[in-house]
Design a protein around this ligand. Sequence first.
Ligand SMILES: [Zn+2]
Length: 451
Amino acid sequence: MAKALRSTRVLTPDGIAPAAVIVDHERITALEGWNAVPGSAELFDFGDLVLLPGLVDSHVHINEPGRAEWEGFETATQAAASGGVTTLVDMPLNCVPETTHVSALEAKRSAAQGKAWVDWAAWGGAVSGNAESLPSLVRAGVPGFKCFLIHSGIDGFRWVDETDLRAALEKLRGAGLPLLAHAEVPGPVDAATQALDRMSADWRKYSTYLRSRPDAAEIEAIALLIRLAEEFQTPIHIVHLSSAQALPLLRHARQRGVPVTVETCAHYLWFDAAEIPHGATQYKCAPPIRDAGNREKLWSALNEGLIQMVITDHSPCPPEMKRREEGRWDLAWGGIASLGLALPVLWTGMKQRGIALQRIGAWMAAAPARLAGMSGRKGVIAVGADADFAVFDPDARWTVAPSDLHFRHQISPYLNAELHGRVRETWLRGAPVFRAGAYPGEARGREQVHS
Ligand SMILES: [Zn+2]
């Protein structure tokens, strides 16, 4: 039996308007007027709650197989569903084996069996020395590749220099798949760290960590990546941009038609370096959270379209690896846990800046879906797309408590944050997977294999 999901506020590519979305066999089959629900359809009336497309988070570290004690498919995908996210794309590191060859991808597929509550895909890894493995990963269905231009923290995921990048781009030429890059180079980071150590800087202070990851590391990396994207005419995607000082370079590149796209994280749009307490290593990420002026420039770039999407870079670890007793930023594991919170965090920031809710559709759904090769199928309310939805109450107000965190370890810099907007239900391919704080049904998530 067909279903009709009705609201006075449905977000489609045309904006927010009253509508009834008709769903049959996991897909959206029609968009009708609010009053035109077919008599044969089962009606779900959401009143004035906003019906958003299911969100797509193209930057998540699920860490399974191999480090399921850090996170895992079950907890990550439930956390996603609690925040209206219906598709995750997993990063190829922090799992064991790293997803740098086809047998590792097969191990990930086995690990996900029966545990995924939302749909997912896996980025392949481009590391120093594995260029020969990239074509087979393309054939096996990855939507693109992730690389690091600096040490990743994982010895098995080797960072790439220009020679390695050229080898990878040579293999990707013409494939149409993006190369995603962690854009910091080691030179400025190493120099800054050595200088801080010479002056015996206090590594409990956030300002010490911030100075150890200067803007120059991002700027140099992005300049190199732009040069290569232009030369190879192969899409390069800058993950988690933090430094607003790189924006002029990116603007100039995009004006020239260089195939470069950019994401930033909810945490760079929310936190201010000046307010991060000493020793509060739950805020550690790389590149680092910078000052409020930088944050406002990222918001402007998002508004302008220079940054196309907002993702979480959810990257948790066991609590002991945050080393809170010592509180040393140089010793703590980096990575911010936030899966499930990005929509209210972003919406709260948008309200403060007078930005219309409808822009969520591009920033958190359509653009990351496009990056992962899922355009038209994921991240949009349109005929033919998967019937994935987030039912969102934009007027709800709440304070983040540990019980609101559905991922494995209840540690996050967003604890106690006061947010606007709350996800009431999440639907995956035509049926709810999250409703009133619970997970009805079973784990129905499927891998979205790229073809
Ligand atoms: Zn990441």
